[in-house]
Design a protein around this ligand. Sequence first.
Ligand code: CP
Ligand code: NVA
Length: 318
Amino acid sequence: MKIYNGVSMQDKNILCLLDFDEADFKLFLNRAVDLKKEFKAGKKNSTLSGKTLGLIFDKPSTRTRISFEAAMIQLGGMPTFISSTDTQISRAEPVADTMRVLNKYIDALAIRTYSQKFISEFAEYADIPVINALTDLYHPCQVLSDIMTVIEKKGSYENLKIAWVGDGNNVANSWINAAASLDFELCLGCPKQHFPNSDILENALSKRKKQSKRENIFVTKDPFEAVSNADVIYTDVWASMGVENEGEKRKKEFAAFQVNSKLIACAKKNVIVMHCLPAHRGEEISENVLEGRHSVVWDQAENKMHMHKAILDILIDR
Ligand code: CP
Ligand code: NVA
């Protein structure tokens, strides 16, 4: 186990937020807030000068990839995009071999891919931090920066009701993992056939039990119950990357789960509406809610960059 700035983390990687305890969350959240302040004040920071971040992205990305690249450049380091198709990864060079070579060239590796197992395999052979930039199962860095946005807008995450509406997907799973350590209530409203993964739910709840923390994660198939009295409403696409072929079928299954004026009227008056983006207007969210006064999606997208700076600043060895 490595100690980062006095706080112990399971290891040097960010693979899954279930590995985090509350102190780990606070470490990243506080550092991101400080780095954002410093950036807004126009202060230069070159703490990662001479360091290189590798990025392997097997799925498309606008926000995550570019904000990680910008984060690295703003901290004085260099990002390098590693295309799976143009490297020997595409010719089945084993992950063990690829990673043991990358260890010699770069100082951290961010990966967006399909399988969580693929990232874990990289981590197994890595001497450098491996960062999950989204898999089919989790999107941990997204939820870390989202919690930063919640704190910015609401003062704290504690004792809030956070409603997830829609697909029990990778982003939802990372919210469940965060709820295992943090004291907010998470209520997920999803169609029955798209409830979050039951193992992920059970693991999160049993982690809370072990710490004698109250049960705070609930799942319902009624979107109105999920958002009732909520402080935060969060939604995401109905068909994530990799299941786009189910798009038409899912439009029918999720029809009652659109975040629109009628739904948000059941939440608190000052509810904030979040979406990790990209958004499909008229599907999971109505145009007027996405662009309306409750929406914080553009600040939310900005905070990804500040959080990614914190992640690189904390994890990269200097
Ligand atoms: N929110 C998010 O991860 O967006 P990208 O797919 O554009 O990276
Ligand atoms: N759940 C979405 C998130 C995109 C940022 C997906 O995996 O496509």
